[in-house]
Ligand binder design. Structure first.
Ligand SMILES: NC(=O)c1ccc[n+]([C@@H]2O[C@H](COP(=O)([O-])OP(=O)(O)OC[C@H]3O[C@@H](n4cnc5c(N)ncnc54)[C@H](O)[C@@H]3O)[C@@H](O)[C@H]2O)c1
Length: 257
């Protein structure tokens, strides 16, 4: 429940969060619910998604979604609007990260990341934009990455996909500026989630790798999903009413170098 001594920051708003079964998406769903929103937790992982929704309890609920499925997005958004009457917040948290440089990455890996990280975000924003435009308000929040701003030699396809999310978000922000729809991208450095565990495994899995990832940020540690969720709630709430088309870094100083 929201704290009693201050108003909930997204009270009465209706949100869809993708990737809500794990990591950053899960933390965003939890924090949005805590701050008063009705949250639909969308993910392709049914077991973990249902568990995450059960943890929050009604009226929050799980919806199975493969973000690359165009019809799946239409069904989900139609259903949310039919049940809740509106859609105020979309957090595109679903994403995948596969290592590989221009010398080692495969085209299949690049296409997989492009499908989930870019096409999935495009489809979600398009479906939600129509509803938000009609109601005259809404906030679209896309999880890009610091890899969408700063290059990493061993993440060629991931960098490309996250750079695309950054510019897609700015284009959407311009379409939405006169009709009440905001769109922003969020750019975390390494955050302590299952995705980073998997990347660390792909890089050899030793404790030294994890320490190297932590030291990538001048603050010398991994970020937490909860820290990203606080930023996302700010972007979802009316506190950020004049912020659109922005790229918000949350990186322990990494991009200050
Ligand atoms: N963890 C990090 O260090 C980090 C840093 C920068 C950006 N990001 C971005 O933040 C977002 C969340 O990352 P995370 O670390 O929480 O990852 P995670 O692997 O912990 O969670 C990702 C979730 O997305 C879901 N998902 C993946 N593909 C999907 C698909 N096609 N359809 C539906 N659901 C799908 C997974 O089932 C999972 O529940 C991603 O977009 C990621 O690229 C993460």
């Amino acid at each position: 429940m929201p704290a009693m001594d201050r108003p909930a920051r997204v009270a009465g708003k209706v949100a869809i969060v993708t990737g809500a079964a794990s990591g950053i998406g899960h933390a965003c769903a939890r924090q949005l619910a805590h701050e008063g929103a009705l949250v639909v937790l969308a993910d392709r992982n049914v077991e973990r998604g249902q568990a995450a929704a059960e943890e929050l309890g009604a009226p929050h609920r799980f919806a199975q979604l493969e973000v690359t499925d165009e019809e799946g997005w239409t069904r989900l958004v139609d259903e949310v609007v039919a049940r809740a009457g509106r859609l105020d917040i979309l957090v595109n948290g679903a994403g995948i990260g596969l290592r590989g440089s221009i010398e080692t990455a495969t085209l299949a890996d690049l296409r997989q990341m492009w499908a989930v990280n870019v096409e999935g975000v495009f489809l979600g924003c398009r479906a939600a934009f129509a509803v938000m435009k009609a109601q005259g308000s809404g906030s679209l929040i896309n999880l890009s990455s610091i890899a969408g701003i700063v290059g990493d030699a061993d993440l060629a396809g991931y960098c490309a996909s996250k750079g695309a999310v950054r510019m897609l978000s700015k284009s959407i922000a311009l379409s939405g500026a006169k009709v009440g729809v905001r769109c922003n991208s969020v750019h975390p450095s390494f955050i302590d989630t299952p995705m980073v565990e998997e990347l660390a495994r792909q890089w050899g899995g030793s404790p030294k790798i994890r320490e190297r990832l932590a030291q990538a940020a001048p603050m010398g540690r991994l970020g937490t999903a909860q820290e990203v969720a606080h930023l996302v709630v700010f972007l979802a709430s009316d506190e950020s009413a004049f912020i659109t088309g922005a790229e918000l870094t949350i990186d322990g100083g990494l991009s200050a170098r």
